[in-house]
Design a protein around this ligand. Structure first.
Ligand code: ATP
Length: 477
């Protein structure tokens, strides 16, 4: 086994990006054409990890609960949806332009970086300790940039900030002119609100209940360089949890959902709690429709950033859609005969941000063995077991290994590898987080045992093939 001689790498985004590319988790989109800004494809192991995250989310929040139902609405919705939701007028980022290169940047991000640099230079500077860029309006950001002479990353002056709408526009072919304009959805949530009545009418749901869906959303993001954290096209898993504000207390519903989110991230996904924190939005930062908002932040390599948001949106969305569609979206309480508009709490997460969090949290450089290990829980690991014949040119070994492989892959995500020496094969599996490797060797032919190697400890134990299934069930589940 060849051991790298250089100093152990420290975790940073470049290391994660390189690992993701090297091992087939994430590739830059259209790489053969030079790539496409803020766009990534998921390779053979990445797509499996994404699917595992989505399956776990769906199981925990949809099929695992009696008060939730699922939905799959379209990416292209009626354009009035986005007028009603406020996205056409208010879904904006503050954009500034480098006046020499014409490169565009988020004004709030440049200001935040500037303040962070000030605090690094002087951590006790009280002027900046409680500063929050979220409290600045567009014009105030312009004044701030001018007053503090903030320049672009290339060192050039910046234009005044302007509001840049994040919705992508396209057109449908059945109608001509302005009527053809549609938007790629900026969030999955609006498809839930516009289907609220149809879900009510077609199922036996009763308040309080929620509708959840997983699907692609699109935002014309300006910020680059945050890998899959911020992309033009991404997947969201959103829940709208409807309740009667007179019968239920919104604070306890919100606390219940916050606990469920925390539980999912720490217990189901196995993320270390020291890498997580709750952050309540300030009054100025909170969206106009929200009465209270929290972000569950993860400590990404570029700092604490939003993983999952939860907002109390009151009856704002249903009312807006009632007004714009003319349809009644009220709820009739069968017991009391009272008709009202339900209120809603929305936990909304990006699957790709969960994915990046998982890679960052699971990454470990094992200095003793000079290896990279992804400490993924068996539920998340793209492969749960790798099967190796010790050598590939001994039919008695490969036949035995092949039959065990075929048996195990009925129940577990299993990969076959017969290339190179065993040490290299272990290293390759460690880097994609495979929790166990099984080797069929000469001793197998004598006593029907195999070597089972644990990714985390590298310990190897001999296991009887007749006990394999029960052993794997105990370790993988
Ligand atoms: P941010 O402030 O980071 O732009 P946001 O507050 O606009 O995010 P929401 O509108 O609350 O995000 O969307 C819900 C979730 O969708 C976010 O918590 C995040 O996980 C995910 N998300 C939002 N924008 C993106 C994006 N461009 N790429 C990947 N995931 C995203």
């Amino acid at each position: 086994m060849t051991k790298p001689t250089q100093a152990p790498p420290k975790i940073n985004l470049d290391i994660i990006v390189a690992l993701a590319k090297r091992r087939g988790f994430v590739f830059p989109t259209s790489a053969i054409y030079g790539g496409l800004a803020n766009s990534y494809d998921y390779g053979p192991v990445g797509v499996q990890l994404l699917k595992n995250i989505k399956d776990l989310w769906w199981k925990e929040f949809i099929t695992g609960r009696t008060d939730m139902v699922g939905l799959d609405s379209q990416i292209l919705l009626h354009p009035k949806t986005w007028e009603a939701s406020g996205h056409v007028t208010a879904f904006n980022d503050p954009l500034v332009e480098d006046i020499k290169t014409n490169k565009r940047y988020r004004a709030d991000h440049l200001i935040k970086n500037w303040v962070e640099t000030k605090l690094i230079q002087n951590p006790t500077d009280s002027a900046w300790q409680d500063f929050s860029v979220e409290n600045l309006k567009l014009a105030e950001m312009g004044t701030f940039i001018t007053e503090h002479q903030i320049l672009s990353p290339e060192g050039n002056p910046l234009s005044a900030p302007k509001a840049f709408n994040l919705l992508f526009e396209t057109a449908i072919g059945t109608v001509a002119g302005a009527k053809a304009k549609v938007y790629l959805r900026g969030e999955t949530a609006q498809g839930i609100f516009s289907n609220f009545k149809q879900v009510l009418d077609s199922t036996r749901v009763k308040l309080p209940f929620g509708i959840g869906q997983i699907g692609k959303s699109f935002r014309n993001e300006i910020t680059t360089g945050q890998f899959v954290f911020r992309t033009l096209e991404f997947e969201q898993a959103e829940i709208e949890y409807f309740f009667d504000p007179e019968a239920s207390d919104w604070q306890s519903i919100m606390t219940g959902w916050k606990d469920s989110m925390w539980q999912f991230v720490t217990t189901t996904l196995g993320i270390k709690s020291e890498n997580l924190r709750w952050r309540q939005h300030t009054d100025k930062e909170r969206s106009h429709y929200s009465q209270d908002t929290y972000d569950l932040d993860f400590n990404y390599p570029f700092g604490w950033s939003e993983l999952w948001g939860i907002a109390y949106r009151t009856d704002y969305d249903l009312k807006q859609h009632m007004q714009f569609s003319g349809e009644s979206l009220g709820y009739l309480d069968q017991n009391t005969g009272r008709k009202f508009i339900p209120h809603v709490i929305e936990p909304a997460v990006g699957i790709n941000r969960l994915f990046l969090m998982i890679l960052c949290d699971a990454y470990r450089f094992d200095e003793t063995k000079q290896r990279v290990v992804l400490e993924l829980t068996p539920k998340l690991a793209p492969y749960q077991l790798a099967v190796f014949p010790l050598v590939k040119n001994k039919p008695e070994l490969t036949t035995k290994a092949e039959s065990l492989f075929q048996m195990i892959r009925q129940n577990y995500r299993t990969i076959w590898d017969d290339r190179g020496n065993i040490g290299k094969r272990y290293l390759a599996q460690d880097e994609i987080g495979t929790p166990f490797c099984m080797t069929v060797d000469y001793q197998t032919l004598e006593d029907d045992t195999v070597t089972l190697r644990d990714r985390t400890t590298t310990e190897q134990t001999r296991v009887k093939t007749s006990e394999l299934e029960s052993k794997l069930a105990a370790m993988i589940g």
